[in-house]
Design a protein around this ligand. Structure first.
Ligand code: FPP
Length: 248
């Protein structure tokens, strides 16, 4: 892996990688285990990747889709298990994040989360505020359409109150109202498990992102697999809608 790490490190790296961690349930089912065992293995895979991303590669932004707005419709026991898993993750990893310079940010409708998890998030965000090596954004109770609707409501109310001119409502004003404000758009979106969908993830922000669909289930997504995905990304030419030679 070290040669691949060296090769990938020497190439043009994305600034922001966003990952849809999919396939925990299938990973567990394939082993005759309950779905919750898949989520547990998924949390370990997330920890492994964060540790690798935070220490081995200079990619400053990593975003993980941990729980969607639509995931609330899963069986109550599975939802409760995931909430506990996220709380355990925050409790167990906080010191390591601070040590490694990981800055935590959480996007999504946090009002719907259990109060104890909200407190852990607030505490984690405050404790890691000085982290300058990796900004880790966890999308939790997150949906891009909901995020865009909320942004539209805030913009409409600013216009109605005379705080914003209609002519000022452009791409920048919209991006400023999104929860990702201040974070560069993802250059690369990875989805595991072979599914090829965006599932309401960062729909505005991924306008020009490269998409990679990895054929492994999330618990099997190792740092080596991550490096192979980055190597494939490096073979792509990004033109941002322009023609060869005039863009990046
Ligand atoms: C998708 O697999 C995964 C989820 C809905 C939960 C993601 C959560 C984790 C990876 C663990 C916690 C995260 C962190 C950051 C510690 P699925 O259940 O939809 O799998 P399936 O499509 O095979 O059923």
């Amino acid at each position: 892996m070290s040669t691949l790490l060296e090769r990938v490190s020497a190439g043009a790296l994305p600034r922001h990688v966003a990952i849809i961690m999919d396939g925990n349930g299938r990973w567990a089912e394939a082993r005759g285990l309950p779905r919750t065992a898949g989520h547990q293995a998924g949390a370990l895979a997330a920890e492994r990747l964060i540790r690798f991303a935070g220490t081995r590669l200079p990619i400053p932004y990593l975003t993980l889709f941990a729980f969607s707005s639509e995931n609330w419709a899963r069986p109550q026991a599975e939802v409760a298990f995931l909430m506990n898993l996220l709380a355990d993750f925050l409790r167990a990893r906080l010191a390591e994040f601070v040590e490694a310079g990981v800055r935590l940010r959480v996007i999504g409708d946090l009002e719907r989360l259990p109060a104890s998890l909200r407190d852990l998030i607030e505490n984690g965000v405050a404790a890691t505020a000085a982290g300058d090596r990796l900004q880790l954004t966890i999308a939790l109770s997150y949906g891009a359409r909901q995020e865009l609707a909320a942004a539209a409501r805030r913009i409409a109310s600013d216009v109605a109150a005379g705080r914003l001119e209609l002519s000022e409502v452009g791409e920048e004003a919209i991006a400023d109202q999104l929860e990702t404000s201040g974070i560069p758009d993802p250059d690369l979106v990875i989805r595991t498990s072979g599914e090829e969908r965006l599932s309401n993830f960062l729909l505005w922000q991924v306008a020009y992102a490269e998409l990679r669909f990895a054929d492994v289930l999330w618990p099997d997504f190792t740092p080596a697999e991550y490096l192979r995905t980055l190597a494939a990304y490096q073979t792509r030419k990004r033109r941002f809608g322009t023609v060869e030679g005039s863009g990046e």
